[in-house]
Ligand binder design. Structure first.
Ligand code: BGC
Length: 413
């Protein structure tokens, strides 16, 4: 669906799915871009990953059997069905009845903030921010009730296995200790915490079910005794080779890894295509009352990502405004209606896990958009988490040590 008045140059990158190759080009970020690109090139498209997955899935099954169930075996789907490499057509947008809030399963979470650019960097601090315990005081005092913690687990693994690495990645104890410290800091202030698996680019470039399962097994075991205020999110914004059908298999494996040790912890899953709202319909929701579905909202992308250094061509979008026309609001509402309608039919809770407009967007429009997205999320019964606390979309200025007044009011009036 088009946004009136936004037929701008650079149309190509209007959705996140079109920009995987340039997503990490923030100058302040030292993300190993080459690794991701090389992995994609090296995979030769589909054939190499397919062979690898076949080989390692088979090897994994053998090892597990041989080890006499030393690790609980995830019920892997028959191997060939894992290889759905064609991206299915986007879900059809059939006209939906007008949304009327009804009996939504209730949410413990309500208003949250993403601790972006901190533990999601390859090393905490690489992107200019580290988690300070005092942040949680501020966050609690201003009225948020939870934080979403993007964590780059994969960057903190040591390869210890003998099986070409599929199962051999062990999360470093020091890193666990640091994440614990942060999680404890939030819990102490009575903030719930979503532990999110962020920037798992290897998984998107060359999916590896056994590795995914094994990493989640470790995380789940580690946090098994934590209170229910700690939630898990299986993967941020699946994309690339992670197609909808394939991702549904990974969800099954991830859930099994978690459920072995955390039978009732809330687990968050979001759809492929960078968690786009209109892809929630492709999710096979596990038959489990402790699942929450998430989506991210950055529409229109040419508005929210104008001038974003890591989105090629986005300077052409500078000065794009939003929301002077009622039509803009109507479109956004329709998007949320689609998610809410689907959620009601599936009786599942929804988290709008990320939304935000970059600081280079015209301020008036930025505030209007943020306020409208937040209030529509609440009207639709979604919990929400703003992207993000103190970086390029930030609602808090870490140098001046003040909240950005208009923005915080748009979130918490
Ligand atoms: C990414 C961030 C990015 C944001 C907005 C998040 O999911 O992890 O790096 O800045 O989306 O594009």
């Amino acid at each position: 669906m088009g946004w009136p008045g936004m037929d701008l140059p650079g149309e190509l990158s209007l959705r996140k799915e079109n920009r995987s190759e340039c997503k990490w080009k923030q100058p302040s970020r030292i993300y190993p871009l080459a690794t991701f690109e090389d992995a994609e090139k090296g995979s030769g498209g589909k054939i190499l990953p397919m062979k690898r997955i076949l080989f390692f899935s088979f090897t994994f099954l053998l090892i597990v059997t041989a080890c006499n169930q030393q690790y609980a075996t995830p019920t892997l789907a028959p191997v060939p069905t894992l290889f759905v490499t064609d991206t299915p057509a986007p879900p059809t947008s059939t006209p939906l009845p007008e949304f009327t809030p009804t009996s939504f399963p209730s949410m413990k979470l309500q208003r949250g903030i993403n601790m972006g650019d901190m533990l999601e960097a390859p090393n905490e601090g690489d992107w200019g921010l580290t988690v300070q315990e005092e942040y949680f005081d501020l966050i609690k005092e201003v009225g948020f009730d939870f934080v979403r913690l993007p964590v780059n687990w994969k960057a903190h693994t040591t390869r210890t296995g003998q099986d070409d690495g599929d199962m051999g990645y062990t999360i470093e104890p020091d890193f666990f200790a640091r994440v614990d410290e942060v999680v404890d800091g939030a819990l102490k202030r009575n903030l719930s915490v979503i532990i999110d698996f962020h920037h798992y680019e290897d998984l998107m470039a060359d999916p590896n079910l056994n590795q995914f399962w094994f990493l989640w097994k470790q995380i789940a075991e580690h946090y098994r005794d934590y209170p229910s205020q700690v939630l898990f999110e299986l993967a941020n914004e699946p994309h690339g080779q992670m197609t909808a059908a394939l991702w549904n298999k990974y969800i099954i494996a991830g859930m099994e890894a978690v459920r072995e040790t955390n039978p009732t912890r809330d687990v968050i899953i979001g759809p492929v295509q960078w968690n786009a709202y209109d892809w929630v319909t492709t999710l096979d929701i596990p038959d489990d009352p402790h699942v929450i579905v998430t989506f991210h909202y950055y529409e229109p992308f040419s508005f929210t990502h104008q001038g974003a250094e890591w989105v090629e061509g986005s300077t052409l979008w500078l000065s794009t405004s939003w929301g002077e026309s009622e039509e803009h609001k109507r479109i956004l509402t329709q998007h949320f209606d689609l998610v809410a309608d689907w959620a009601q039919r599936h009786n599942v809770r929804i988290l709008l896990g990320e939304f935000g407009a970059y600081s280079k967007a015209p301020q008036e429009s930025r505030i209007r958009w943020t306020e409208f997205v937040r209030s529509e999320a609440e009207r639709h019964g979604f919990a929400w988490a703003y992207w993000e606390f103190a970086s390029g979309f930030g609602v808090y200025d870490p140098e001046a040590k003040v909240w950005r007044e208009e923005l915080i009011k748009a979130l918490i009036p």
